[in-house]
Design a protein around this ligand. Structure first.
Ligand SMILES: *Cc1c(COP(=O)(O)O)cnc(C)c1O
Length: 440
């Protein structure tokens, strides 16, 4: 197992010779749509550090897009994967079942918000979980309309592309999209200035007037929007919306694929608002780096689909299930919810102090280890995508793995593994601060 010094080390400029050679092969072997944020190739990871093929040790503020919350190649996860792989790599749960799947389902049933009876079905990717949550909501309600939001991201398959808001790069030229998907405004306090009640009233009015309450099968929302800009809705927005769904017989789906599984300092981001969704989708952080996703929720809704109506050849792969169980154990045993919360408080406090002296920072926001800086024109508050790209590029060249997001491309998002040591997190934040300073 890789044990890497938890320090940054730049051996070559990136891409170094090994990475350049791979880059060349990738350009001719892979479609150009497959772009990457970092100009290098990975060799191994350990907690907060990723070592590339040229021996550069980088600080990881991306967690492979919010996946390796417990750290890349975390020792207990690797041990669980190894043991499982030596015994059973695949049977298909639809052919011969195995215990690990049931174990993961029981854990998610217990961990997700709400105490009424719940059930879980497992899938492979986030998009696949979203697809199945929508299938179940439609089957349960006998209705078709699905409400999604401005700035939403729910995946890249045909149905989930339709639910995703951003045209470029996700949707352009890939239509037509599935019918009966309706996009409404959500809550973006920095830009709309509305409190939770006012934002919910606007959303609900639009649903009722343009779709009709009795047509709505589901409302699907990210409790903190990920790809769309790490947007934390105003307090009260989610609970008003959830109440409307309850009153009108619509299924409230929380897409916790990015925000769930300890990322925000709680098991699920909707817990911060005391919201109990009907269905919750999880993926990314669930299995410590292995592909696994889930739909968890009300037993009645989950049982609305008949025998054989859910599943897929690889869904709930036993190795991925073993990795998930080790990941969930790790979060409990190492109190990683608390750790995510601490990282968030430290990070936000620091970014607030930068903001006090830098009017290009429109907002520093987030919860736990899901934090962001929205960069704007100091005078007009217009999104500054060029500055954001320049800051990210400067930080990356100094050895920080850093992602951007946002409908307007003007948000720097921080997603460190929560097992990252404090000193390394501080060093990464120092690189980001310097990268911002250098672009003035
Ligand atoms: C990443 C993401 C998805 C899609 O997950 P994939 O595994 O990439 O299909 C869906 N919803 C949210 C909120 C996400 O962040």
């Amino acid at each position: 197992m890789a044990t890497l010094p938890q320090t940054i080390h730049l051996a070559t400029p990136m891409p170094g010779p090994e990475a350049s050679a791979l880059d060349e092969r990738a350009s001719s072997a892979l479609p150009r749509a497959l772009t990457a944020a970092m100009p290098t190739f990975a060799r191994r990871t350990d907690r907060g550090v990723l070592e590339d093929v040229d021996g550069n040790r980088l600080i990881d503020f991306g967690s492979g897009i919010a996946v390796t919350t417990v750290g890349g190649a975390a020792a207990p996860v690797v041990a669980a994967i190894r043991e499982q792989a030596e015994n059973l790599t695949h049977t298909s749960f639809a052919v011969t079942r195995y215990a690990g799947y049931v174990d993961v389902a029981e854990r998610l049933n217990a961990l997700t918000p709400g105490s009424s009876p719940k059930k879980t079905a497992l899938f492979n990717s986030g998009a696949e979980a979203v697809e199945n949550a929508i299938k179940l909501a439609r089957k349960h309600t006998g209705r078709q309309a699905v409400i999604c939001f401005d700035h939403a991201f729910h995946g890249r398959t045909s149905l989930t592309m339709g639910l995703t808001a951003k045209a470029a790069p996700y949707k352009g030229g890939f239509g037509p999209f599935a019918p009966e998907l309706y996009r409404v405004p959500g809550s973006y306090p920095y830009r709309d200035g509305l409190n939770g009640q006012a934002a919910a009233a606007r959303t609900i009015s639009q649903i009722e007037k343009q779709v009709g309450a009795s047509s709505v099968a589901a409302v699907i929302i990210e409790p903190i929007q990920g790809e769309g800009g790490f947007i934390v809705p105003a307090p009260g927005f989610l609970s008003e919306l959830q109440r409307w769904c309850h009153d009108n017989g619509a299924v409230f789906i929380a897409d916790e694929i990015q925000s769930g599984i300890a990322r925000t300092g709680a098991w699920f981001a909707c817990e911060h608002e005391g919201v109990v969704p009907d269905l919750v989708t999880t993926a990314k952080g669930l299995a410590g780096g292995m592909p696994l996703s889930a739909v968890t929720g009300s037993a009645e809704i989950m049982d609305s689909a008949g025998p054989g109506a859910l599943g897929g050849t690889y869904c709930g792969n036993p190795v991925a299930c073993a990795a998930a169980l080790a990941t969930l154990d790790m979060i409990e045993e190492h109190d990683l919810l608390k750790r995510a919360d601490t990282i968030g408080k430290t990070g936000i406090r620091l970014m607030e102090s930068w903001k006090a002296e830098d009017p290009r920072i429109g907002e520093a926001r987030g919860r736990g280890a899901m934090m962001a800086l929205e960069l704007v024109d100091p005078v007009s508050q217009e999104p500054d995508a060029a500055l954001t790209a320049a800051v990210a590029a400067a930080a990356r060249s100094r050895g920080l793995i850093l992602l951007t997001c946002g409908t307007y491309g003007n948000v720097i998002r921080l997603l460190p593994p929560v097992t990252m040591p404090d000193e390394l997190f501080a060093e990464g934040m120092g690189i980001l601060e310097q990268a911002l300073r250098d672009q003035s």
